[in-house]
Ligand binder design. Structure first.
Ligand SMILES: C[S@@+](CC[C@H](N)C(=O)[O-])C[C@H]1O[C@@H](n2cnc3c(N)ncnc32)[C@H](O)[C@@H]1O
Length: 277
């Protein structure tokens, strides 16, 4: 997608009571960039990106989406990786506040949805506490897009009564997800599990889930969903860690556990025009 014609940063300047120039407070938009395919961006996200003075983005936002920014916009990559935070969260929070106080229109652009494992909640709280106007714009979360890109629904009247988005990564010092309880509930309530950030801990997750789910439970692992580099495997819960190791699928991937996955083989037969490019 072509980068639009450059525009000038919009900085509002007002006069205060003493006649001195004062910068009117800016605004922060917490925007979801969707799973990767630029065509899955919302119209609202595209409009805000094109009007931004500053875009503070994470590493899962594709270059095509960033190219929608005006040439004058400052692009700041604060890429988060599980083991390597380019910029600590506190610094990101402070950066957003500082830019807004300069009167700038700030887009905080996050992969997927800002409120699904994106720390959007923490940033929202920090901005609100600092008195900054902030609005959240949803994006399509990776777990939803990954399964849909294979032509399979996350819920299905015959196979799954609900879906759980869960993280495979726990904060240091935090016990993390109670996989045994989740497995039990998923089995009894017929739920699809969509596990984010679970690839590196797949062996442990597999062992814990096997306490409540059969080894034959269908599982899919989908990497780089909706991008041209998308890859996926289907396997069973009993074979999950081995299948990941053999396929060499890596982050960013989602692991999908549940009967709906059995529809993926049929989806592979879909005509090309129904597949995401
Ligand atoms: C920090 S979380 C951010 C999730 C994001 N806010 C969302 O709603 O999709 C990063 C994890 O999301 C998942 N993820 C993000 N983009 C993905 C993609 N295109 N394909 C597969 N998984 C993806 C992976 O599990 C990755 O480790």
């Amino acid at each position: 997608m072509a980068r639009p014609t450059p525009s000038h940063p919009r900085r509002l300047v007002a006069l205060d009571g003493a006649g001195k120039a004062a910068v009117a407070a800016g605004r922060v938009w917490l925007v979801g960039a969707g799973p990767g395919d630029p065509e899955l961006l919302t119209l609202k996200a595209a409009r805000l990106i094109a009007a931004a003075d500053v875009i503070v983005h994470d590493g899962l936002v594709s270059p095509e989406i960033l190219s929608l920014a005006p040439a004058s916009a400052r692009l700041i990559d604060v890429a988060k990786r599980k083991s390597r935070h380019t910029l600590p969260q506190d610094d990101i929070n402070r950066l957003l506040v500082a830019f807004a106080l300069q009167g700038l229109t700030v887009v905080r652009l996050k992969g997927g949805d800002p409120f699904i494992f994106g720390r959007g909640g923490e940033e929202l709280e920090h901005l609100q506490a600092a008195g900054i106007a902030v609005t959240v714009i949803n994006g399509i979360t990776a777990g939803l897009a990954a399964v849909t890109s294979l032509g399979v629904p996350l819920t299905h009247r015959q196979h799954a009564h609900g879906v759980v988005f869960v993280t495979g990564h726990a904060k240091p010092g935090d016990e993390g997800t109670d996989w045994r309880a989740l497995a039990d509930t998923a089995f009894k309530a017929k739920l699809t599990l969509v596990i984010y950030m679970g690839v590196s801990g797949a062996g442990r997750i597999q062992d814990e889930l096997l306490t409540g789910l059969p080894a034959s439970t269908p599982v899919a692992v989908i990497q780089n969903a909706t991008l041209t580099s998308q890859r996926h495997i289907t396997t069973t819960l009993g074979q999950l860690a081995t299948a990941i190791a053999e396929s060499r699928l890596a982050s960013p991937s989602v692991i999908v556990v549940g009967d709906v996955v059995s529809g993926i083989a049929a989806a592979a037969e879909l005509p090309a025009q129904f597949r995401v490019a």
